[in-house]
Design a protein around this ligand. Structure first.
Ligand code: DHB
Ligand code: FE
Length: 281
């Protein structure tokens, strides 16, 4: 097995474990009429696809086999977050004010170390990639700075790998909770992440290859921004020069979420972004 294969297999299974852990004690109580309406609509959609494209018995059996493989590989969180979550976020965000959010994705891990307003994310001594300073301010919707707001940050490294999911990346690498100072400001020292590729050797990657799609997400930094009395925002920030910005396989980019980093004399990058949180409801 090559290193890439180990990484891909580990990512799917670990994402399923992380999802199960995050769901403990939080089963949704959905009424029967709503389940019926949703399940009916999904099934109707499947039936329409079969009729519209004249799908055959061998194709139906191949689909069944693929669905079994996605579960066995633990790739349901990965598949659903890439191809479905953006629509859920679109519906939810219609009722929200404040800064734009986007999908959570499968690689969030809670309980990372709390760091001061000016801090470096935990990283290796020889962390590969281009150093980047990320600064900004957290405010409420009236423009008042929020002290003690948390920026829970996670990102892929310079090779596109996430700690906790890819083999060979130390636990906690490029993850941390930065807490804003009295003026609501933060300054985070990190590395520019590389674009992320959906593992190509698992069933999700097999579907993407078989359909002749590409498996890339533009490089991104994930954040959950929280402050007492405010609605937390789950979001991602992208880069204006990214090759995959307009064709994200997860359909999760928004024009409001694109950073334009400036290059410093020493070759490092500096990017700025402010967040606006609405009151909790
Ligand atoms: C997936 C991975 C990500 O890093 C992300 O931000 C969204 C989705 C995925 O593989 O499902
Ligand atoms: Fe991601």
């Amino acid at each position: 097995m090559t290193t890439t294969e180990q990484t891909a297999a580990a990512a799917g299974a670990s994402a399923t474990e992380a999802f199960r852990a995050s769901m403990q004690g939080s089963a949704a109580d959905v009424p029967a009429e709503r389940i019926s309406a949703a399940a009916r609509a999904v099934l109707d959609g499947v039936h329409s696809a079969i009729r519209e494209h004249g799908l055959t018995y061998p194709e139906f059996q191949a689909a069944k086999q693929w669905l079994i493989e996605v579960g066995e590989a633990g790739e349901w969180p990965l598949f659903l977050d890439v191809f479905v979550e953006h629509a859920v976020e679109e519906v939810a965000s219609k009722q929200w004010n404040g800064s734009q959010g986007t999908i959570l994705g499968p690689y969030y891990l809670p309980d990372q170390p709390r760091l001061p307003a000016s801090a470096a994310l935990p990283m290796r001594a020889e962390e590969p990639g281009t150093p980047m300073v990320f600064t900004g301010q957290v405010r409420d919707v009236t423009g008042t700075p929020i002290a003690g707001a948390e920026l829970d940050i996670w990102q892929a490294d310079g090779a596109g790998d996430y700690s906790g999911f890819a083999a060979g990346v130390p636990d906690g690498n490029l993850r941390g909770v930065v807490v804003t100072g009295e003026d609501g400001r933060f300054e985070v020292r990190t590395m520019r992440p590389a674009p992320y590729q959906i593992p190509t050797d698992g069933p999700t990657g097999k579907l993407i290859a078989a359909a002749d799609w590409h498996a890339w997400r533009p490089a991104h930094v994930h954040l959950i921004v929280r402050a007492e009395g405010h609605r937390p925002i789950t979001t991602q920030l992208y880069f204006d020069d990214d090759k995959w910005l307009d064709s994200d396989v997860a359909s999760a980019t928004k024009p409001e979420l694109v950073l334009s980093p400036s290059k410093q004399q020493d070759g490092s990058l500096r990017a700025e972004y402010d967040f606006e949180l609405e009151p909790a409801r």
